[in-house]
Write a protein that binds this ligand. Sequence first.
Ligand code: ZN
Length: 389
Amino acid sequence: MLQLKRIFSLILVLVLCLGLSVQVQASAIKKAKQKDKELKNQKNQTQEEKEALTQQLNDIVDDMEQTQKRLSAKEQEIKQKEEELVNAKIDENNQYESMKKRIVYMYENGNTEFIEILCNSKDIGEFLNKAEYISRISEYDRAQLVTFQNVVEEVKKQEEALQTEYTELTALREELGVKQASVEKLLADTNTKLEELEQKIGANAARLDKLLKEAAEAAARKKAAEEAAAKAAAQAAAAAAAQQADGGGGAAVQAAGPPVVSGGGQFTNPCPGASYISSEFGEYRDPSDPSHKGMDFAAGAGVPTYAAADGTVVIANYSDSAGNWVVINHGNGLSTKYMHHSALTVSAGQRVTKGQQIGLVGSTGWSTGPHLHFQVEVNGMAVNPRNYL
Ligand SMILES: [Zn+2]
């Protein structure tokens, strides 16, 4: 009996520790999930930046191609213009040379030539025609020379204009080249950032996986420990029953502790040692139990339970569903039910007072873990226990 109690306490401590470690794991898992979300947001942002930069780079490359085409066209035009200039200069030079020859010829041969030409005229009409012809030749030569010189000047101007455009285009190409290099650098940085984020996401996912696995293992260990605790409690109760040979209708009856009255309600808290309320009245749990008829006080196995008010114990025995349970009649149509005990400390027919111990928390009957199911009924109808506490 004593040894069982010792084992039982050890298991209780183990259950509590396991519960704590599950909580710590839950918080780590939450953090890892949050981090995953943050990293993925960052990745999406970076991806958008990358797309914008790629678009920018494509635009610059298009501009480059356009500029290169214009440069090539301009080179072609300049080449043509240079040829034109050469030809214009040749024309100008030819005219100048022939004009010089004609003038030199005329002067070298002296006026006699002129006179000869003129004097060989048959008549005045021919003379005048020849004189005019000579004067026209020189006039024509002069005009031609001016025309050719003008053409040379015009072609030179055009070539200069083309050279200016060419220089501007070259500058534009250089500017685009610089822009392209800077966007390419930004794009490379973005890619590096993306790779880093991918790595972080991967590492975090691996960590999350590990945490989830550990949490599942811890939950399984906790469940096993709780089951062991319940089993040990049931064994302790059975041993007590065997010792006292006082069945109370099949349930083990154990010595009770001192009475405890707590809270300011009509009823005292039936399980002040509970760690939390695991289920409220009216809560949906599963299709077979759509509305919870009582309130569940989650507590370690062996925590004492108390009569909510003065009354008479009408049931104190074992049931397949309620486990070791107690029903107390308080009169005036009011009754209370206490289920899933590991052991009872009262017997049917016994008078109890408010706060008197009636049993020890367990997980007997249809129960998944140690708790006290506390139910309040008015004329056989379950009502919310909170109204009485
Ligand atoms: Zn319950």
